[in-house]
Unconditional design. Structure first.
Length: 137
């Protein structure tokens, strides 16, 4: 049997740093966009970013189910014959992993909804005090 070397292309630390800065920059921009939209008078504007987050988590969970289901059945050649083999991963485990992934990916949705609730509560308090000051004059 012949031995072959496999080389893994490892990215430069500068590329990793640039990717991390880009990722956190986009994340920070989304949080600022969410705060800006939450401060608007219309309620549904503050729910746009969390809505996209839920949609993305749902798509990721569905893709996980289909990808895992496709990986559980595979074809092999045994004695010149094509044989279908099924791995030991059950559909229940696949669905459970998709549900867990959905909830883990929606942790940030919960944080965004808490930010939305806090901002709306502050706006309600500010409006109450403005109404009180108008009535008190």
């Amino acid at each position: 049997m012949e031995y072959t070397d496999y080389y893994i292309n490892v990215p430069s630390p500068w590329v990793v740093l640039l990717a991390a800065i880009l990722f956190f920059g986009v994340l920070l921009a989304l949080v600022f966009l969410h705060i800006h939209l939450s401060k608007k008078e219309k309620k549904w504007l503050g729910l746009i970013v969390p809505g996209f987050n839920v949609f993305g988590a749902l798509i990721a969970a569905i893709v996980l189910i289909f990808y895992s289901a496709a990986q559980t059945t595979y074809l092999t050649v045994v004695d010149g014959m094509l044989v279908e083999q099924v791995s030991q991963v059950g559909m229940g485990a696949i669905i459970l992993s998709a549900v867990v992934a959905f909830f883990v990916l929606n942790i940030s949705t919960g944080v965004l909804l808490l930010i939305y609730r806090y901002i709306k509560k502050q706006m309600k308090i500010r409006k109450y005090y403005e109404d009180m000051s108008v009535l008190g004059d």
